[in-house]
Design a protein around this ligand. Structure first.
Ligand code: F6P
Length: 537
């Protein structure tokens, strides 16, 4: 496999200064360097990937065993081998009748039984058959963090036009400000609280759940009756006092950041209804089928991953901006930060040896056009190259505001064009000369207006942000992470890197409370503890 990496690096060394624009001398480039998944279009022609690079990248995917490992994942093999677990979020969206075996048993019937229970509960709440002390449920608070928050919170916002249930709110941060701000103005007698935690031990979630229970107890005689839980730990939800009829379970082979397709999506289901949720699952299923069957050259998850590998490991660009020109996808970058960075931010290979390449990139972003008025300056003229990933819908949900959608789309297309094309010193000089500048001042001012260009981007375009399309997009990103992880040779499904901070936070608590000496701590931590605990304002 090493020789494929080397071949890619050698090829890149020879073409790195070639203008991307020159690749369009080949008239069918846009067609040949794009792929479709039904009505969705992924355009990667505005990158420096040419025929040779594409061939080498696909060969890299082949020799890395992507096809074999894909079959192993979908087939229930324990590919998360530091935790001894299968990786089967795809089973959460598998159709009835398909068999997915884990340890000799088909897991699909239980998944559909839980989905049916979720659907029945959601409809009881939405139709006012399940009530709070004060009557029909008007508000739902989902208390969870990480994978038990980011996915459903992102999707609830994304699917706002499809909301026809109670208002849904999300509390995640252990900062009391979060829960305090969310409950302010809510009526506890008509609020349902969902405690969403795979492990039911996460300190942020359990602390916020206790706070919510106290808030409710001030007005509600039996607060536990207005609580539901989503977890793999039935014993712990029972100990918390939540009736089993409102507990929705899932198995440990669903990773937290991959869990929104099952019970962790309950709050989303309450917002959009079981049918809307089913459409979302159908979108994910559609992408699964494409991922399993399309040749690599046309396989969207594989292509997204290969573009990612090209930019990060071959070109050495260390970050990736995710720029949805879709306001309702404003939480997509945060969701992808967990999905990509918790999955592929590792330093060791499956066998424990040091990774021979860098691991996944820093992922960040904001919706357009807002970002244009904030950080695009650096993307266009900074000294570092940031590959950009644009997302944009052909149509919005506001027919009366179609003119605004046109503006949005024109801005999106303009940005990818500007990044590639740039503006030369000669062009900038001509513009400034027209404004009357001459001599040294003309030259100085023109230099500030040069855009280096040749900055790569991809665009994912889709007809409209429906539940089905959102399901396709999220499954697309999940599989992209899988393919990148396989090529990098790491385990995308554990997250040991979050443990140390959790342990140290627990150890610091008694020091902050003044119950334990901080003598064992380093000088900086001791000084900060001192600042936090001394009485001076
Ligand atoms: O941050 C670590 C993590 O384990 C994530 O992987 C997970 O999504 C999150 O905490 C929440 O965990 P839980 O659902 O068990 O509360």
């Amino acid at each position: 496999m090493g020789h494929k990496w080397q071949a890619l690096k050698d090829h890149h060394a020879g073409i790195q200064d070639r203008p991307i624009l020159s690749l369009f001398d080949q008239p069918d480039r846009a067609h040949r360097f794009s792929a479709r998944a039904a009505a969705m279009l992924f355009d990667y022609s505005k990158t420096n990937i040419d025929d040779t690079a594409k061939r080498l990248l696909i060969e890299l995917a082949e020799v890395s065993g992507v096809a074999e490992k894909r079959a192993a994942m979908f087939g229930g093999a324990k590919i998360n081998d530091t935790e001894g677990r299968a990786v089967l979020h795809t089973a959460l969206r598998a159709p009835e009748g398909v068999q997915v075996m884990v340890d000799g048993a088909d897991v699909v019937p239980a998944i559909h039984a839980t989905l049916a229970r979720m659907g029945a509960f959601a409809e009881d709440v939405r139709q006012g058959r399940f009530t709070g002390q004060g009557g029909a449920i008007t508000d739902v608070i989902n208390i969870g963090i990480g994978g038990s928050d980011l996915g459903p919170a992102m999707a609830t916002l994304a699917l706002a036009p499809y909301h026809d249930g109670p208002r849904v709110h999300y509390v995640s941060n252990v900062d009391g400000a979060h829960v305090a701000d969310v409950v302010k103005g809510l009526d506890p007698t008509t609020t349902l609280v969902i405690v969403a935690s795979k492990t039911f031990t996460t300190i942020e979630t359990m602390t916020n759940a206790e706070t919510a229970r106290k808030w409710m107890a001030a007005k509600v005689a039996n607060p536990a009756a207005q609580f539901a839980a989503v977890s793999t730990a039935a014993d712990k939800t029972a100990a918390f006092g939540i009736d089993a009829s409102r507990v929705f379970g899932f198995e440990d082979w669903v990773g937290g950041r991959y869990s929104m397709w099952g019970p962790i999506g309950l709050a989303l289901m309450l917002a959009v209804g079981p049918d809307g949720f089913e459409d979302f699952l159908a979108g994910g299923r559609d992408m699964d089928e494409r991922f399993l069957s399309e040749p690599f050259e046309e396989n969207l998850p594989v292509l997204l991953a290969l573009v990612g590998i090209w930019h990060n490991q071959i070109c050495g660009f260390t970050t990736r901006a995710v720029l949805p020109y879709d306001q309702r996808l404003s939480r997509l970058p945060a969701y992808l930060q967990q999905l990509e960075m918790e999955s592929n931010g590792k330093s060791v290979a499956m066998d424990g040896s040091a990774l021979p390449t860098h691991s996944g990139p820093v992922v960040w972003g904001e919706p357009g056009t807002n970002g244009q008025h904030a950080f695009y300056q650096l993307i266009h003229q900074g000294t570092r190259v940031v590959p950009c990933e644009f997302l944009v819908a052909k149509r919005g949900h506001e027919p009366d505001l179609a003119h605004q959608h046109l503006l949005l789309v024109s801005n999106c297309l303009a940005q990818s064009e500007a990044l590639m094309r740039g503006r030369s010193l000669a062009e900038a000089t001509a513009i400034m000369a027209k404004k009357g500048l001459t001599g040294d001042e003309l030259d100085r001012q023109a230099r500030h207006r040069v855009f280096p260009g040749n900055r790569p981007s991809t665009t994912l375009a889709y007809p409209k942000l429906t539940p089905f399309t959102l399901g396709q997009i999220i499954a697309l990103y999940e599989h992209r992470v899988f393919v990148e992880g396989v090529i990098l040779g790491l385990n995308s499904y554990d997250q040991w890197g979050v443990e140390l901070g959790k342990e140290l936070a627990l150890a610091l608590q008694p020091m902050l409370e003044g119950r334990q000496s901080a003598a064992s701590k380093d000088g900086s931590t001791r000084a900060l503890l001192d600042y936090m605990t001394t009485s001076a304002a």
